[in-house]
Write a protein that binds this ligand. Structure first.
Ligand code: DNO
Length: 359
């Protein structure tokens, strides 16, 4: 297991690589070329520049989060061939640079969705939360404006204003795309990229939909065990895998995370670990990582990963905003560093306990 943190790049993040380097046990970051619009071919020099910057700080670039998928690929429109070619060229360049892990998602239009990016908690910290009623009373335009207003001035990954200013056009493209069609388009994408992934040994790790249910009538398919198994079968090859995001999947209380880990054995290539608290059906609040603060059993999750032989990169996921830190919502240094330390502690204990059967 390699403990990593997400880094949004110099100028795009309040957290520096030097700070990440000082979180004990963290040896790598996952990052992206955030300024490159989704669909554009990645320049080799920029990939190498990012890698050099990370390595100069004493860390490794453990993977790319994310290499975004253009909406034409998700909707299966005729321009997708061009965008698939672009994606493959970017993959080849990443592969040549030694990158072996790509996190991506197949969510239509929006990435992760929250109704509140700074809900005040009992401990005085703030955290992101989701209330279905607020979303139902909203619309994609109001929500997108509200998310960006609450971003503390940072560009939120997946909510790029330049992409969302064409929201009408984008939503229009998804007319008539249902879950079956989205699965078919995902299958086509995987079929096209798998030979390149195999050539360069690049593990593709799809991120679950967050939250894992349909929002604004748009289809969402990476939602739980059955659909994850279906995704695996779309291209039943080792490089077609999953980012197990405990918080995204776990916001649906019906998703049993340890059971999903067992079911996906060998196909979990990357893990985002965070806890989440279920507050009412369809509602949840983000919280501190440790089990006592939320609804998930973090020990059991880590133990199940260990038992199933997981040995890839893990990262703490969204944290609370604590100690007065102003950062991109969910991505401050302090609570994620606490989260990383907690997860490293769990892992050390699990490794030392070895085979004692407690889960
Ligand atoms: C949110 C993240 C997601 C994730 C993408 C992967 O904080 O977990 O934005 O990076 O969905 O493509």
């Amino acid at each position: 297991m390699q403990m990593t943190m997400r880094w949004f790049g110099a100028g795009g993040d309040s957290v520096t690589l030097e700070q990440i380097r000082q979180v004990s046990g963290v040896t790598g970051v996952v990052a992206s070329l955030y300024k490159v619009p989704v669909g554009t071919i990645w320049e080799k020099a920029e990939i190498l520049g990012l890698q050099r910057e990370v390595e100069n700080a004493g860390l490794t670039l453990a993977g790319i989060e994310s290499l975004g998928i253009h909406d034409s690929i998700k909707t299966g429109s005729p321009e997708r061939e061009q965008y698939l070619d672009n994606y493959i060229i970017s993959l080849e360049r990443l592969g040549e640079a030694g990158i072996r892990l790509i996190c991506y998602n197949f969510m239509p239009v929006f990435d992760w969705i929250r109704s509140d990016l700074a809900k005040i908690r009992n401990d005085g910290a703030t955290a992101m939360s989701y209330e279905q009623k607020i979303i139902d009373q909203s619309d994609p335009y109001t929500l997108s404006a509200s998310m960006n207003r609450q971003s503390n001035g940072y560009a939120l990954a997946g909510w790029e204003p330049e992409r969302l200013h064409k929201l009408d056009e984008l939503l229009e493209k998804y007319q008539g795309i249902d879950e079956e069609q989205l699965f078919a388009n995902l299958a086509y994408f995987l079929e096209r990229i798998m030979p390149t992934c195999e050539k360069y040994q690049i593990k593709m790790a799809i991120h679950p939909d967050d939250p894992p249910w349909s929002v604004f009538g748009l289809p969402r398919i990476i939602t739980g065990k059955d659909n994850l198994l279906r995704l695996i079968k779309l291209a039943d090859r080792p490089f077609n895998g999953v980012t197990l995001c405990t918080g995204s999947l776990g916001s649906n209380p019906g998703n049993d995370i340890p059971d999903i880990i067992h079911a996906l054995k060998g196909r979990i290539h990357f893990v985002h670990v965070r806890n989440v608290r279920h507050t009412a059906p369809g509602n949840f609040e983000e919280c501190a990582h440790f089990s006592g603060d939320g609804s998930l059993d973090m020990f059991k999750i880590m133990k199940t990963l260990y038992n199933n032989g997981f040995d890839g990169p893990i990262r703490p996921d969204h944290g609370r905003a604590i100690w007065g830190e102003i950062a991109m919502p969910g991505y401050g240094l302090y609570d994620r560093a606490l989260g990383a330390s907690y997860l490293i502690g769990l892992w050390e204990a699990i490794e030392k306990i070895g085979d004692i059967k407690c889960v």
